[in-house]
Design a protein around this ligand. Structure first.
Ligand SMILES: *[C@@H]1O[C@H](CO)[C@@H](O)[C@H](O)[C@H]1NC(C)=O
Length: 337
């Protein structure tokens, strides 16, 4: 990955070539794919942060500082952002000072100078979505990677990024005084149907040992927003049918782990990048709710072929919760020998 840091231009252009290559010649829609090489020993590690862009305020800078330290300890390969990248209303243009003030000048540690794979949150949709998707941002800060929905192939793991904001009815039905940028999303039913099919196909085609899906909105959560019913109805069955290992989201400004009793999916909320919602929590089945923290922090994921480990930290690096699992298919391979 050092070559990537040394030569950001080459990194950017290789990504564009890849997108163009993979989208050309495909008559059916297919999610754009990016390739993320693992470490030379085949393992990967990354951090996850969500709901962060507040020009350093609400402990955003403190969380960033600690991410830099933890990122160095874990020798991370990349960072995932679960959306709500810029408060309150996204960015207005690629030249919006928010981009520097809330991203470039905040996450300054050398360990964080890696690709940042972003999704859009509902607050990002209140600004100029095209600006956040714009190639201009990559010229300003080569780490920035933001597409609506896409797949990152990292050998032992495939990470599927899903644009969840257009699923939520209330943003369309009762937007209140918020203005959402739905350019590229309308007609909505068509956009959602294509997206669900594309995600399903991409998951089915995946040959990676591990499958992780990332979206901004919650599917299961004891936080303020709770369950996103539209995703529970439409996206969850696809994740279950394809034996996804983790669903990672933000939106609720907390850190949380729910282990589904009905499926093997672990639901991880990492939405503690800045302003946290202290004390704002609903009831959840204690058998499923493994961890809930209503302050700031972030999450790390370590992956080997055999094991996936998740750790949650507060803004001072204190470990709050650990969870790990062994790969299901590994057991069946052993049994069949
Ligand atoms: C910043 O973090 C500290 C320690 O967790 C907490 O006590 C404080 O309330 C936080 N400040 C804000 C503005 O969230």
């Amino acid at each position: 990955m050092d070559t990537m840091r040394d030569n950001p231009i080459q990194f950017i252009s290789s990504i564009f070539c890849l997108i163009i290559l993979l989208s050309a010649g495909n008559t059916t829609a297919e999610l754009p794919r990016l390739v993320q090489p693992p470490k030379s020993d085949g393992t990967l590690s990354f951090l996850v942060v969500g709901d962060w862009g507040r020009r350093g305020s609400y402990n955003q800078s403190q969380v960033a500082l600690q991410m830099g330290k933890t990122g160095k300890d874990l020798n991370i390969d990349f960072v995932i952002s679960t959306g709500d990248n810029f408060y309150d209303d996204g960015i207005i243009s690629p030249h919006d000072s928010q981009f520097e003030d809330s991203f470039t000048n905040i996450y300054t540690a050398s360990s964080l100078q890696k690709p940042w794979y972003n999704v859009l949150g509902n607050h990002d949709y209140r600004g100029n979505v095209d600006a956040q998707l714009s190639h201009m941002l990559r010229h300003l800060d080569y780490r920035w990677i933001c597409l609506r929905s896409y797949v990152v192939n990292a050998d032992i793991v495939d990470v599927f990024f899903v644009d969840t904001t257009p699923f939520v009815d209330k943003y369309f039905v009762e937007p209140k005084d918020h203005v959402y940028d739905w350019r590229g999303v309308l007609p909505r039913h068509k956009y959602l149907n294509h997206l669900l099919t594309d995600v399903d196909v991409a998951l089915q085609e995946s040959v990676a040992k591990w499958k992780i899906v990332v979206g901004h909105h919650t599917i299961k959560s004891a936080g303020h927003h709770g369950i996103t019913i539209e995703l529970e109805k439409q996206l969850l069955p696809i994740l279950e049918a394809n034996e996804v290992d983790l669903y990672i989201n933000g939106h609720d400004h907390c850190l949380e782990h729910i282990s589904s009793i009905n499926s093997g999916i672990q639901f991880m909320t990492s939405g503690g990048g800045s302003k946290a919602w202290k004390g704002d929590m609903n009831k959840w089945d204690p058998q499923e709710l493994k961890f809930y923290y209503d302050g700031q922090g972030f999450m790390s994921v370590d992956i080997t072929e055999a094991e996936l480990r998740v750790v949650f930290y507060d803004g001072y690096g204190r470990v709050l919760h650990r969870w790990s699992t062994y790969e299901k298919r590994l057991y069946s391979e052993i049994y069949s020998q």
